[in-house]
Design a protein around this ligand. Sequence first.
Ligand SMILES: [Zn+2]
Length: 214
Amino acid sequence: MDEDLCVCAYLLPVDTQTRLEIFIHHKEYPKTSNTGHLAAKILKNSQLTLRRNKTDSEIWQMGLLEKAQSENASIYFLCHNPLGKTIAEALSLDAKENSKRKKILAVVDGTWNQAQQIIGQELGHLSPYSVKFAKLNPDPICNLWREPLPGGLATLEAIWLALLEMEPHTNLDAVKNLMMARSHRIKWVRGLLSEHEVFGGIPKKAKGKKNIAG
Ligand SMILES: [Zn+2]
């Protein structure tokens, strides 16, 4: 199964101005469907933290606030709180204050509800740092779920979309390609795509093997 899903060839390091700080539950981290850890692997300017308990959430958030303060960086907490600012609104506020300020994109790997809960526990539900997308694509690229939640996005896709808005001049194609390769391979292994439909093809080692669809 592992070599079928291997996307090592797509892990071409991408340099971004924005630093990604990603928080992943330790039980989600090893799952094949987890895409958050791939974001941390491909983005050079990133830091992954594993969550084991509630205390870890507090430590993570306090650490973020400290880093933001010491580096004079702005935090963009992607939690899709409907009452929060859009990324574009946060960017324009930031640009008014200091256009050269560093940015930290903070992402909780999980559902939007989980992200809002984690942020809400420490920073309050309407944290000044929380940002949302102006609208969510109802037909995401990385659609890995049999019954997708409305507005649900794979973590890697959410990060890619946020970075596209936050730094439009950075080439993020490698992130998109990684996302396509991974999601297509998972779908292929599950029998939802045939071999020739898989983005970039399937790994040589996996060729000729029967997938679920036979
Ligand atoms: Zn590999």
